[in-house]
Design a protein around this ligand. Structure first.
Ligand SMILES: C[S@@+](CC[C@H](N)C(=O)[O-])C[C@H]1O[C@@H](n2cnc3c(N)ncnc32)[C@H](O)[C@@H]1O
Length: 256
């Protein structure tokens, strides 16, 4: 049974630390050491595979305060329900409409589950579109310890839908479970806050996200071997990103 180095406990460096002086220390220096404690993985959760199951059930199998990094790309209906337009059931919209949709209540349940399984100062990379970015996602986060710490814009390099302007970007809101920290937790000052990576049309999923960007994000906040989870994995782009960065993927989608 695979066990892993999980939860992080932030430990300040000893007084005798050889850390550079405050004047010369880089902003992102690891002035705190992150340590994980192992936990036993339930047999139903097989690492680095495309598990076919419900994401809320998946999260319920994970212990509290156990996971360092999660990705969540909800199958939301906000723009369709609230603006009352879209091309449901037609062309590109047909594939999207065929996927299991998430109400705001379901999304809140996912985020509550992610909040529970995440270690203190762990991160959730939450994908949103322009509609949710502008309307705000505070309702989704209510009652959790998750706070927005940064925003990364993905320039897909291709034009999508839109009546007035054609959408070319999607947004990754970076959430951190309290306590909010950067030093020693966010260990790289790449990526940039706008990243261009061609949309992976060949993945066969209407919402596939960029593998390299996700790999870069997970690498900034985790170490090799750490678990990276995605409870609504779609085309399993996070699985590919995790493998490319020597992380251990755990995730699922009802479509498998
Ligand atoms: C926006 S897509 C994710 C795309 C993914 N990030 C990628 O890069 O391919 C959302 C996914 O959530 C899945 N989904 C919907 N309801 C779910 C549930 N209850 N549990 C897990 N996944 C669910 C859908 O099947 C869909 O594939």
């Amino acid at each position: 049974m695979p066990t892993k180095p999980p939860p992080l406990i932030l430990t300040p460096p000893p007084a005798s630390s050889t850390a550079p002086s405050a004047r010369s220390a880089p902003v992102f220096s690891g002035s705190h050491k992150l340590e994980a404690r192992p936990f036993e993985l339930p047999t139903a959760l097989v690492p680095n595979t495309r598990l076919q199951m419900d994401g809320v059930a998946f999260l319920s199998l994970l212990p509290d305060d156990a996971i360092l990094v999660a990705f969540f790309d909800p199958q939301y209906r906000g723009v369709l329900d609230k603006l009352g337009y879209g091309n449901e059931g037609k062309t590109h919209g047909r594939r999207r409409f065929a996927l299991r949709q998430m109400t705001d209540g379901v999304i809140r349940t996912f985020l509550a589950g992610l909040d529970r399984v995440l270690i203190p100062s762990g991160h959730v990379f939450l994908w949103v579109d322009k509609f949710h970015l502008c309307q705000g996602v505070r309702d989704w986060l209510e009652g959790t310890k998750l706070e927005i710490v940064v925003l990364v814009t993905w320039d897909k390099g291709i034009f999508g839908m839109g009546y007035r302007t054609r959408r070319r970007a999607e947004y990754c809101l970076v959430l951190q479970k309290r306590p909010r920290r950067a030093k020693g937790v966010w260990r790289a000052h790449t990526p940039a806050d706008v990243v261009r990576e061609p949309a992976a049309g060949k993945r066969g999923h209407p919402h596939a996200k960029p593998v390299d960007l996700q790999g870069e994000l997970m690498a900034a906040v985790s170490h090799e071997g750490d678990y990276v989870i995605d409870p609504a994995a779609g085309s399993f782009s996070v699985l590919d990103a995790a493998i490319s960065r020597a992380r251990t993927f755990l995730g699922c989608d009802p479509e498998g």
